[in-house]
Each structure stands twice: as structure tokens, then as C-alpha cells.
Design a protein around this ligand. Structure first.
Ligand code: SF4
Ligand code: SF4
Length: 169
């Protein structure tokens, strides 16, 4: 799965699966355009192929949007907002990394722990069935973390902050 075409094929199939997972949770999912809490704080770990694909998305942006992204990169902080977030929307949505596609779901990850999006604490996804640290739903029975999804395929996974600062130097 080393080429852009193969990665796009992989994403096509992966997105179909994710859509069915999101549908499964019905009205416990509040994700919508303009809801951007999940892009305002985070590490955004991604692999080399995802970064290349993200940069294809960046290359397609108009000049003004590229300038805004560059400006955001220059002030980016570890754990802070994603530089591709502009006016509360993802400027590279079609090209966003796996973690951004998965974010918002509840799933099992390491040691059978359940991963819940942070926005469950701010009245959004799963707020109705997540109380005092307890999840009262049925998580997806698959580890959807980027590390796991790409395990054995891509080893080079870094946080977005580290990628963009390496790329820009
Ligand atoms: S995961 Fe949460 S913060 Fe992000 S878009 Fe969905 S509802 Fe909004
Ligand atoms: S790439 Fe897009 S979806 Fe992912 S964190 Fe950045 S703005 Fe959000």
C-alpha cells in the first residue's frame, strides 16, 4: 500500500466501514460541519503516507488558504489547534488523516479500554450515555487507533507538530 492510489483505495473501504460505525451510534453522534472542538486541541498523530496525502490536499488549496495554513503552522503549539482548521472547518477534509476520520467514535483499544471522544464531556458525542467516566453503550469491537490500523504497514508515525516542523526546516 505504498502509493497514493492504493492509499485512496484503502480509504474508500475504510470510510465505508466508518460510516456504518457512526450510523450504529444513531443520535449519540453530534458531529457536523462547523463543530471543531476535536481540531482545537490534540496531537494528531499520523504516518508518512497520511502526511503525503494531507499535503496533496494542501497543494490543491487556493493561495490565500495556503497562506492561512502557513501562518497557523508558524504559531502552532504542541497539543494545540490543527493548522488546517480555518473558520472552524477542515481545509483539507477529503485528505484528513485516519485519526480525524475515526475521532468521534467509541471503540476498544489497548487492554480492552474504551476510547471515548473528549467532547463526550462537553455535551456532544455520547454525552447521553457517558457519565462519570462510565460508558453505557456498546463500543466498536475494533482498535481504530492509527497505530493499530496501520500496524505493520507504516512504522513512521509522528505528531503533526513534529512533521510540519521537520518538513519546514
Ligand atoms: S467528535 Fe465531537 S467535537 Fe468533533 S465534530 Fe464530532 S461532535 Fe464535534
Ligand atoms: S486535518 Fe482537518 S479534521 Fe484533522 S485535525 Fe486538522 S482540521 Fe481537524
Amino acid at each position: 500500500m505504498g502509493t497514493k492510489v492504493n492509499y485512496e483505495e484503502f480509504l474508500k473501504e475504510f470510510d465505508l466501514r466508518l460510516n456504518s460505525y457512526f450510523e450504529q451510534f444513531g443520535d449519540n453522534i453530534c458531529c457536523r460541519k462547523g463543530c471543531s472542538e476535536c481540531c482545537e486541541k490534540g496531537d494528531y498523530p499520523l504516518s508518512d503516507i497520511e502526511l503525503q496525502y494531507l499535503m496533496h490536499g494542501y497543494a490543491e488549496l487556493d493561495l490565500d488558504t495556503k497562506r492561512t495554513v502557513q501562518k497557523n503552522i508558524s504559531v502552532m503549539q504542541r497539543g494545540g489547534a490543527c493548522p488546517f482548521l480555518i473558520n472552524k472547518e477542515c481545509s483539507v477534509y477529503k485528505h484528513r488523516p485516519i485519526i480525524c476520520r475515526v475521532h468521534g467514535l467509541a471503540y476498544y483499544y489497548k487492554n480492552e479500554k474504551v476510547k471515548i471522544p473528549h467532547c463526550a464531556n462537553t455535551g456532544k458525542n455520547f454525552a447521553k450515555i457517558y457519565k462519570n467516566g462510565e460508558f453505557y453503550g456498546t463500543p466498536i469491537k475494533l482498535n481504530l487507533d492509527t497505530y493499530h490500523i496501520l500496524e505493520g504497514i507504516y512504522s513512521d508515525i509522528k505528531n503533526l507538530y513534529d512533521w510540519v516542523h521537520t518538513e519546514n526546516n
